[in-house]
Design a protein around this ligand. Structure first.
Ligand code: ZN
Length: 130
């Protein structure tokens, strides 16, 4: 990490130890920083041994975009929210394809929604061509 990239109270990770902490003090002339690590220890480290820490919340939406985006339905067996394109529930293993006769009606609803979506898309597309 460069001196200009480092600021007080910035979250950093120590490349050598893998520990995450907060910059408490900067020692510009020595290119070092005093870091309070999350485990309670306070260490003075060279800036080149530190990297800006990326908090989990900022990376959470890049982990699996297919699983988290798009329409969802709730699993009839465990109630988990599952993307409609997933045929096997990741929580309990319930398979939508081999569901009982009863769920045929919900399949119809999904088909109708898909048809409605395609129709809406066509209307939108034709509207743009006008
Ligand atoms: Zn389930």
């Amino acid at each position: 990490m460069q001196l200009q990239d480092c600021a007080k109270n910035q979250r950093v990770i120590n490349r050598e130890t893998g520990q995450v902490g907060t910059v408490r003090d900067l020692h510009r002339s020595e290119l070092e920083a005093t870091v309070v690590y999350d485990n309670g220890s306070t260490t003075r480290s060279a800036l080149r041994a530190l990297e800006p820490a990326v908090e989990t919340a900022e990376t959470i939406d890049t982990t699996d975009p297919i699983e988290t985006s798009g329409p969802q339905r709730s699993c009839p067996q465990c109630g988990a929210s599952v993307p409609v394109q997933v045929v096997t529930c990741p929580q309990c293993g319930f398979q939508y394809g081999v569901a009982k006769r009863k769920s045929g009606s919900s399949l119809k609803v999904i088909v109708l929604l898909l048809v409605a979506g395609v129709a809406a898309y066509l209307v939108w597309k034709l509207g743009l061509l006008d």
